[in-house]
Design a protein around this ligand. Structure first.
Ligand code: ADP
Length: 248
């Protein structure tokens, strides 16, 4: 079996839909504890890449390894979630009629034990974990309020907290700051940087100011493959990237 030291290793990955190559010979390596920003114009293949990593889409060709030796092409979506890959979609899906804290209680318990968990006292370890997550997501002061009372940005943070409750090694985040205020956007960059101290994170993002605040290596996708990779200044100064963004 193949082994790497990388948390995520994609090599020569391709996938076609009805003969159209949405992902075309894509290679991407992410090291443990690394946060990476993925940019690229609409249709570049960003969503399909995330679908491949989470097992929603199976590649036609190529290797996808997680955590050194787990062949993700051999697992389905629910198995991959349990292996330690969390995915946050653009739209927050919190339980609006439950408190902030209970959203985390539900997430910590997992889908099968969620409802009974609401009627039991949490263990000390669970309470500590919830306190820690509330601090990370900046919602300690709002813990007893209904999730419905949160701002759009705070709901995004709560959902990130719900993913953290599942203790993923790799967190995939899709356009987290869409619709956020400037202050929330800045706070989200700090929050994700804190999370990336102990986990690997991939952020798909269109907001270049936010990508700058993340201050991480950037990969620009185009036509299903890597067009440029490096610092934001390197990537945004690359003539091929400029051409793709300004339109042909
Ligand atoms: P991005 O997220 O960067 O905007 P996508 O991964 O959504 O890009 O899409 C990449 C390309 O693949 C697009 O041209 C899109 O139309 C096509 N595509 C994605 N998913 C499907 C699908 N299920 N069936 C057909 N074409 C698809």
């Amino acid at each position: 079996a193949k082994t790497t030291t990388s948390i995520l290793y994609l090599d020569g990955v391709s996938v076609s839909f009805d003969g159209f190559r949405a992902i075309n010979n894509l290679s991407l390596v992410l090291e443990p504890g690394e946060m990476r920003a993925i940019i690229g114009p609409n249709g570049a293949g960003k969503t399909t890449m995330m679908d491949i990593i989470t097992g929603k889409t199976r590649p036609d060709e190529g290797e996808v390894f997680f955590d050194g030796r787990v062949d993700l092409t051999k697992h389905d979506e629910s198995e991959i979630a349990m292996l330690g890959i969390g995915r946050k979609f653009q739209k927050p899906t919190v339980f609006e009629s439950h408190t902030v804290e209970d959203n985390l209680v539900l997430a910590l318990a997992g889908p099968r034990k969620a409802i009974p968990a609401l009627f039991h006292r949490q263990t000390k370890a669970e309470r500590e974990r919830i306190d820690e997550i509330l601090q990370t997501i900046r919602l300690t002061a709002r813990r007893d309020e209904l999730a419905a009372a949160l701002s759009h940005g705070q709901k995004q943070w709560l959902e990130i907290g719900m993913l953290l409750a599942q203790d993923p090694k790799l967190l995939l985040v899709d356009e987290p700051v869409a619709g956020m205020t400037d202050a929330e956007t800045e706070e989200t960059a700090r929050l994700l940087r804190e999370i990336a101290q102990t986990r690997s994170v991939i952020v798909v993002e269109h907001d270049m100011q936010f990508v700058r605040e993340l201050d991480v290596k950037v990969t620009c996708l185009h036509e299903g493959t890597v067009l440029a990779e490096g610092s934001l200044d390197q990537v945004s100064g690359d003539s091929r990237v400029i051409e793709v963004y300004l339109g042909r």
